[in-house]
Design a protein around this ligand. Structure first.
Ligand SMILES: *Cc1c(COP(=O)(O)O)cnc(C)c1O
Length: 396
């Protein structure tokens, strides 16, 4: 009766989880407005300034610059901060590859510093030991939507004269110690790629409270022009990295849905965390009490080594997936990513092996994800997740 689906039993769930993106009349109305206006982008900006103002306001930031995507947003943030080829950038290894490739695009060198075991967020207490005369910046990643310890990271950055950039690709609406993420350091970079909690298929935005940095980011994104300069006046080498009006229209519509979706993700994530916490062999994230608001891009949890009869992470995921629950294995730790290591070697002439045991263990053997769309499921969906987890942990 309670036989595992992989052994021929019936799966816990056959109904699908909510698909993503979610859209409706508001997206259609605004996109049609853009089409009919004939003003689609470039210097024709109607929806883009509205989006920039709204997104900055949500995060309590003074300035916003829209860009083509989150990867380029991070690259522009580094460059606007004066980071150059050969400079070192401290970052956590448990993140999407773009956190590293944004630096490697122009020869800045990622230096991986391990994450905290309870949160998978950059461990501030390990940062100082990694600082060298070449270090120019720290990238804090709000992984899964949980804000990193910006208080401590800012102290360290200030003490050593380093720039602090938030990779907030997963952190729309996250709040650290009462303050929204995005402008807590020099720049915050957000992504609107198709899987993100607010999406226009592709896109990105930079936030900052520093006007000079905002102007520089704008210039680099607008072929080196300056805001009040002439059309063919290029003061810097920059590129056309602009977002279109179509994307801004979709994002303005998406933002009308954001708060309600976030409330649902929050309710479900809290319920799941409490329930998962009761199962021996599974572990949930334990976040700092200063995490005021979690953006819930993912629900992360861990299968402890040896649990579930020692079947291991891969088999555990296969069993959960066969029960109808889309559990995902998550990242490969970047300090062991062959492409990243090869690119670092290309720029430095050195093979730089770093050890990040917490990230390595979570990535290889323990870490499990449920994506944000799963967190938009109803009560039955959440209860199915728990039924399947209990069933798979029990075996048979
Ligand atoms: C999605 C993501 C990025 C990159 O954003 P794109 O818009 O896909 O370029 C960077 N960092 C993290 C942590 C991400 O999740």
């Amino acid at each position: 009766m309670n036989q595992l689906a992989i052994h021929g039993g019936s799966p816990v769930r056959t109904a699908p989880f909510p698909t993503w993106p979610i859209f409706g009349e508001e997206e259609e109305r605004l996109i049609l407005e853009v089409v009919r206006s004939g003003k689609w982008g470039g210097s024709n900006r109607n929806k883009l300034p509205e989006l920039e103002a709204q997104f900055a306001a949500i995060h309590g930031a003074k300035h916003a610059v829209t860009v083509v995507n989150g990867t380029i947003g991070l690259t522009i943030a580094l460059q606007a901060c004066g980071v150059q080829s050969g400079d070192e950038v401290i970052m956590p290894p448990y993140t999407f590859i773009a956190t590293a490739s944004c630096a490697l695009l122009f020869g800045a060198i990622p230096v991986f510093v391990d994450v905290e075991p309870n949160s998978m967020l950059l461990d501030p207490e390990l940062v100082e030991a990694a600082i060298t005369p070449k270090t120019k910046a720290i990238i804090a990643v709000h992984i899964a939507g949980a804000p990193a310890n910006m208080t401590r990271l800012k102290e360290i950055a200030d003490k050593h004269g380093l720039r602090l950039i938030e990779d907030a690709a997963q952190g729309v609406g996250a709040v650290w110690d009462g303050q929204p993420v995005g402008a807590l350091g020099d720049f915050g970079s957000f992504s609107f790629q198709s899987g993100k909690n607010v999406t226009s298929g592709e896109g990105g935005i930079l936030l900052t409270n520093d006007e000079a940095l905002a102007d520089m980011a704008w210039s680099l994104t607008n072929v080196g022009r300056i805001r009040k300069g002439a059309w063919y006046q290029h003061e810097h080498i920059g590129w056309n990295l602009r977002m279109t009006e179509f994307q801004a229209a979709i994002l303005l519509a998406q933002l009308t849905r954001y708060e309600e979706q976030q409330r649902l993700r929050d309710r479900n994530a809290k319920w799941l965390a409490a329930e998962v916490g009761t199962i021996e062999g599974l572990r949930t994230m334990k976040l700092d009490s200063r995490v005021t608001n979690h953006a819930h891009h993912m629900f992360m949890f861990a299968l402890e080594e040896g649990a579930a009869g020692g079947i291991g992470k891969e088999e555990f995921i296969r069993r959960m997936n066969t029960e109808g629950i889309p559990v995902h294995p998550g990242y490969i730790t970047l300090n062991q990513n062959a492409a990243v290591l090869k690119e670092i070697e290309k720029w430095t002439g050195e093979r730089r092996e770093t050890s990040c045991p917490v990230s390595e263990k979570f990535a290889e053997r323990e870490g499990l994800w449920l994506h944000q769309n799963v967190l938009l499921g109803d009560e039955q969906a959440m209860s199915d997740i728990m039924t399947a987890l209990r069933k798979v942990m029990q075996g048979n």
